[in-house]
Structure formats: C-alpha cells, structure tokens
Design a protein around this ligand. Structure first.
Ligand SMILES: NC(=O)c1ccc[n+]([C@@H]2O[C@H](COP(=O)([O-])OP(=O)(O)OC[C@H]3O[C@@H](n4cnc5c(N)ncnc54)[C@H](OP(=O)(O)O)[C@@H]3O)[C@@H](O)[C@H]2O)c1
Length: 253
C-alpha cells in the first residue's frame, strides 16, 4: 500500500506549524531530534519525549537558541512506562495546552539482528513494548487531546522491513508490521468521525545511530542525514496534508 501523495518537490511555508502543539517521541536523537527542531523552526511548540534527559535538554537548548517557541520536556522510558505514566502525561498536557495538534511516533528500538530460531524472549518483548505497545498506550492516552484540535495528525514511523519481511530483522520487522496495522485500524476508526488523520511514514535508510548499528560496515554518509527527510515530516504534520489518512508513505521517492 504505497501512495505517492507526498509531493516530491514539497516546500513547506515558514509558518506551516505556527501555533500548533506537537509531541515527538524519541526526540533526543536521530530523526526525532531533526523533526522536533524542524517543527519548532516552522512555528510549533514541541513536546520532547524520550528516555535520556541530557539529550532532550540539548534539543531544548538548540530550539531556544534558534528562536523557537519554548518546548516542553517529558522524559519517559517507553520500555517501562506504566498506564499511569501515560495518564500523567495526558493530564500535564491538558492543563498546559488543552489540546494536541500532532503526534509523531518515532522512538524505536532495533533489537537483535538474528534468526527467529535463536531470538531471545527478553529482547523480543522489549522491542514489541517500545515499538508497538507504547504507541498504543500513548495514542489512547492522547486521543482526547487530539480531538480538541481543529485538525490533528498522527504519524507512525515505519520501515521497509515493516512492509516486506526480511530475514534476521526479527522483532523489529514484526513490530513495524504491527505499527502499520495500528495505523490502519486507527485511521479507519477515525475516518468519518473526527478531524484526526493517521498515516505511517517510512524514512528509508538514514544516517543515524540506529542505521550505523544495523550496518556497521557501511559508510554512514552514503545515506541522507535526518534533516534531508524533513519536507515529508513537515508535510504530514501541516495542513497541506489535510484529507490524507490511512496511507503508508515513504519520506523519499
Ligand atoms: N535510520 C534509519 O535508517 C531508519 C530506517 C527506517 C526506519 N527508521 C525508523 O525511524 C525512527 C527513528 O530512528 P532513528 O534512526 O532516528 O533511530 P535512533 O537514532 O536510534 O533514535 C531513536 C530514538 O528513540 C529513542 N528511544 C529508544 N528507546 C526508547 C525508549 N525505551 N523510551 C524512549 N525513547 C526511546 C532513543 O532514545 P536515546 O537517544 O535515549 O537512545 C532515540 O532518541 C525509528 O522508528 C526507526 O525504526 C529508521
């Protein structure tokens, strides 16, 4: 289910996200960091969620130094977060902002690269917890706030191995298939009843810590930097993608 709806020459307006409140998971590094900084540069107030406070603080400082709106920090380890943690997050956001315009599910774990036959249960379970269960818990907790926005966008992060399985990608690949499933079910549920659009985005090979760990022998710079993908990430968060929902998209052609 690939759809070419992201214009290849998309050029976002500087004020595309002015006044919007957007939460990014895994905002401390890689693609999540680039997305948080890019959303802020286009006018959004971003909520930085991640497990390493020092990294989130560095992103916070970078956004403030660039003149962006003051972000909010929400340190949370998605591997161990409880339902109460998600409820607390929703409550804090409700009292501070009263609504949410965008939710980028970006945080993921790569996990073990080995055959299913020798995959270990703790590693499998952790990947499914972070990459799938946390997305369900976070989406469920934040849906009431997304319903309060005039138009809202939920973006799930997929992968090539979440659209066609590949040997030795184990729980990571399976978690990305589940991500596509969660996206489709949610998009279908919301299609006629709300102003929330829901899509998945495959960034493609990108020069981040995850990619370097999956392909240690590869020259990192053969892949684009996270910043190079931002037109697609901005398109899906901004009102130029109104009406696009239930789609499995690619950040690059
Ligand atoms: N890079 C690629 O080539 C590629 C290709 C296809 C899909 N993707 C997808 O793109 C997304 C971003 O990947 P990336 O390459 O930017 O990876 P990355 O550089 O490893 O960044 C992942 C982010 O997720 C956070 N995270 C991991 N486990 C977490 C947990 N338990 N709780 C909270 N945050 C957690 C990390 O936090 P810490 O910084 O604290 O570790 C980090 O900020 C992922 O969904 C990935 O599957 C990437």
């Amino acid at each position: 289910m690939h759809s070419p709806v992201i214009p290849t020459d998309y050029s976002p307006a500087q004020d595309l996200l002015q006044g919007k409140v957007i939460l990014v998971t895994g905002a401390g590094d890689g693609i999540g960091r680039a997305a948080a900084e890019s959303y802020a540069a286009h006018g959004a107030t971003v909520i930085l969620l991640g497990r390493t406070l020092a990294k989130l603080e560095a992103v916070y400082d970078a956004i403030e130094a660039a003149g962006g709106a003051q972000p909010a920090l929400f340190p949370l380890d998605l591997a161990t977060a409880s339902e109460a943690d998600y409820a607390n997050l929703a409550e804090a956001m409700d009292s501070t902002f009263g609504h949410l315009d965008g939710l980028l599910h970006n945080a993921s774990l790569l996990g073990e690269r080995r055959p299913i036959a020798s995959a270990t249960w703790p590693a499998w379970a952790e990947v499914m917890q972070v990459n799938v269960n946390a997305q369900f818990l976070l989406s469920r907790a934040l849906l009431p706030l997304l319903e309060q926005a005039p138009q809202a966008s939920i973006v799930f992060t997929s992968s090539g191995v979440g659209r066609r399985g590949r040997a030795y990608w184990g729980a990571y690949a399976v978690s990305k298939f589940a991500t596509e499933g969660l996206m489709q079910v949610l998009a279908d549920e919301l299609e006629n009843t709300s102003r929330i659009r829901v899509n998945s985005l495959n960034p493609g090979a990108t020069n981040t810590a995850m990619r370097r760990s999956a392909y240690p022998a590869e020259t990192p710079t053969v892949n684009p930097a996270p910043q190079d993908l931002m037109p697609a990430y901005l398109y899906l968060m901004g009102n130029d993608s109104l009406g696009v929902t239930g789609q499995a998209l690619n950040a690059r052609a």
